[in-house]
Design a protein around this ligand. Structure first.
Ligand SMILES: [Fe+2]
Ligand SMILES: [Fe+2]
Length: 349
């Protein structure tokens, strides 16, 4: 299978992954042949991409760190809980219990799938940003935690802090959160209150570690002291918050928003690298970069030889050098064995 932008999907193509609507209901099931009106419906729902199975992508698997059902259930729980926070101003114990349970499932599944690189396999409607964002930040942060050798207890705290990092945004008017373009100084000052609001919401629950609340409080701090709300720097920022700071930025970069298209993983990786040592901690950046697929399976790439191919598999430890199947000849090139061949660009067909 491969991921194709909605604009390029043609009638007759076969859907490789089920598409779910905002409430978790099935919009279209995997295996179905796309008709003109289905394509229109998906576009109306704001679905930016679909996974299709065609002759060039045959047999290509896009592995996911967590099962699709777990991901959908987590998004549903986050949607429900965050809406309740918006209404009541606090996180209820019942909602927290559900969140803790799903976070533990996420951690267990990622531990089980150890070795799978962070890909880009979730498709969400553009208006679902906040909920999907929380879950993605949780998944990616857990992968970093595992790579840093955290035990299960630490991973659970990190993952819970990650999924709740933006809970304070529930206290800020929605129009402001989703406002495209630049914010006025006053608006930005208001946005800047969400880490402390989040801290206050989480710390009302003494059954969870205060570290979880500190992740929310510190996730916009920068290691060089230029972040907010307290301009903390270096060692004063907890490592959990440094991890979430990175995955938060990365997810925002690669995700499509109503006002701009997300950038590709290898482009986002460049930006993350450029922030190493200033906004982000070097050790966390290095660990993260070793654990993402820069060119996820199914990406169409052009090589320095001029050939165009599709990424069929990853090489762990050399994630800029995947295995590429050339489209015309079906020849497979393992880029770790052809060091003179590089990927020059990612194209869409
Ligand atoms: Fe935030
Ligand atoms: Fe965030």
């Amino acid at each position: 299978m491969r991921k194709v932008a909605m604009a390029l999907v043609k009638p007759g193509e076969k859907l490789a992954k089920t598409i779910y609507g905002a409430d978790g209901t099935v919009l279209l099931s995997a295996g179905i042949q796309l008709k003109e009106r289905y394509i229109k419906r998906l576009k109306d729902f704001g679905i930016p991409y679909v996974y299709i199975e065609d002759s060039i992508s045959e047999g290509i698997v896009v592995p996911d760190l967590v099962q699709e059902t777990t991901r959908i259930e987590s998004v549903r729980i986050m949607r429900e809980s965050l809406k309740n926070v918006q209404l009541n101003g606090k996180l209820t114990s019942k909602d927290l219990k559900q969140i803790k349970k799903i976070v533990n499932d996420i951690v267990d599944e990622i531990l089980y799938n150890k070795g799978v690189l962070i890909g880009l396999s979730d498709i969400r409607a553009v208006d679902e940003y906040t909920y999907g964002h929380s879950v993605n930040v949780c998944v990616m942060s857990t992968v970093i935690g595992i790579a840093l050798g955290y035990n299960q207890l630490r991973l659970r705290d990190l993952a819970l802090g990650a999924i709740l990092h933006d809970v304070g945004k529930c206290k800020i008017p929605k129009e402001l959160i989703n406002k495209p373009g630049t914010l006025t100084k006053e608006e930005f000052e208001l946005i800047k209150t969400h880490p402390e609001e989040g801290f206050n919401i989480i710390r009302q629950h003494d059954e969870i570690s205060s570290l979880v609340a500190h992740v929310a409080y510190q996730h916009h701090e920068h290691v060089d002291g230029t972040g907010y709300p307290r301009s903390l720097s270096g060692k004063d920022i907890h490592e959990f918050a440094k991890i979430v700071a990175l995955t938060d930025v990365y997810d925002a970069l690669v995700t499509d928003r109503p006002y701009r298209k997300g950038i590709l993983p290898h482009e986002a990786a460049e930006i993350i690298m450029a922030s190493s040592g200033t906004h982000l901690e070097e050790k966390i950046v290095t660990t993260f970069l070793r654990n993402i697929a820069l060119y996820p399976n199914g990406s169409i790439v052009r090589l320095t030889t001029g050939q165009v191919g599709i990424v069929v598999d990853q090489n762990r430890g050399a994630n800029s050098r995947p295995i590429v199947r050339i489209i015309d000849s079906e020849e497979e090139i393992d880029l770790t064995k052809h060091l003179n061949v590089l990927i020059t660009e990612v194209i869409e067909i």
